[in-house]
Design a protein around this ligand. Structure first.
Ligand SMILES: C[S@@+](CC[C@H](N)C(=O)[O-])C[C@H]1O[C@@H](n2cnc3c(N)ncnc32)[C@H](O)[C@@H]1O
Length: 270
């Protein structure tokens, strides 16, 4: 059965991550195990030989793991709810975490970092071109001379097809999570629509929380993200002042190809 989509409307990135979604984030992305991007960023931070800054650090999925490895990383996050959960988890685990409550679009910490990084595709939340460019300038201003900024983007080609070409399955189960101690089970499902010309994807998300087998809460959210292409990102980074900009695939450090599902864009500051 195909689903008729509601009118396209966007929800700003932070509203998406407030309240109930912040509460289920750690169930869907369990933070207490080795993370898929952890070794990769740890290696780059060590190579940077200086302090690092994670942009849009959320509930600390990656940040707290890096800190637990003894790496000098600070976090910057705009959602008060995500930040609170991160602080609570850090204090429970006795991990001293420096967290900045600010927008990645335009921030000023008065310091520079050897490595600035935006993992988990958070840059794609910035659908407004001028905001994205403003963000890149802020990232550049916080990158120390000789240091680098790295940001990841998601290149799931299948999702760029119009819904009709993806078949009659607009809603799909995205992921599930559980907390057996609290008897919780959560599902996230989504339907999406793509505007290829504008490189925009609108995702309708639905989160269902079950406790001891009973549905106790349902939350719906809409997010719009922008896809960026390789040369476009390179040019945007160069316009912000970065040099030697390269695009690598997944966590490989190898040039990006169609075989990769994510890209890492790295630019250096002279
Ligand atoms: C996909 S989550 C990634 C969280 C974390 N980095 C991780 O890897 O789990 C995106 C994060 O971006 C944050 N965010 C959205 N807009 C932001 C903005 N303008 N400035 C800072 N953070 C923002 C959201 O609140 C959310 O925590």
């Amino acid at each position: 059965m195909s689903i008729t989509m509601p009118a396209v409307e966007s929800t700003p990135g932070v509203a998406f991550y407030a309240g109930a979604v912040a509460e289920v984030y750690d169930l869907l992305f369990p933070p207490d195990c080795e993370q898929v991007d952890e070794a990769f960023f740890a290696r780059h931070i060590v190579a940077g030989e200086g302090p690092a800054l994670e942009i849009a650090s959320g509930t600390g999925r990656l940040l707290l793991r890096l800190l637990a490895r003894g790496l000098p990383v600070e976090g910057l996050e705009l959602s008060a709810d995500m930040l609170r959960i991160c602080r609570e988890r850090a204090s429970k685990r006795e991990i001293p975490a420096v967290l900045h409550h600010a927008s990645m679009v335009d921030f000023s910490l008065g310091r520079q970092f050897a490595t600035v990084f935006v993992p988990f595709y958070s840059f794609q939340i910035l659908t407004d071109r001028s905001e994205a460019e403003c963000c890149l300038r802020s990232l550049y201003n916080h990158t120390a001379p000789g240091g680098k900024t790295m940001l990841t983007t998601w290149t799931h080609w299948e999702d760029m097809l119009p819904a009709g070409e993806r078949g009659e399955k607009p809603w799909k189960l995205v992921r599930t999570g559980r907390d057996d101690d609290r008897g919780l089970f959560v599902t996230s499902s989504a339907a999406s629509e793509v505007n290829r010309t504008e490189q925009l994807q609108t995702n309708w998300f639905r989160y269902d929380v079950y406790q001891h087998g009973r549905l106790v809460e349902t939350t719906s959210r809409i997010e719009t993200i922008r896809f960026y292409h390789k040369y476009e990102l390179q040019m945007m980074m160069e316009r912000a002042g970065f040099v030697d900009v390269r695009v690598t695939g997944d966590e490989t450090d190898e040039p990006a190809t169609d075989a990769h599902t994510s890209w890492v864009v790295t630019g250096y500051r002279r």
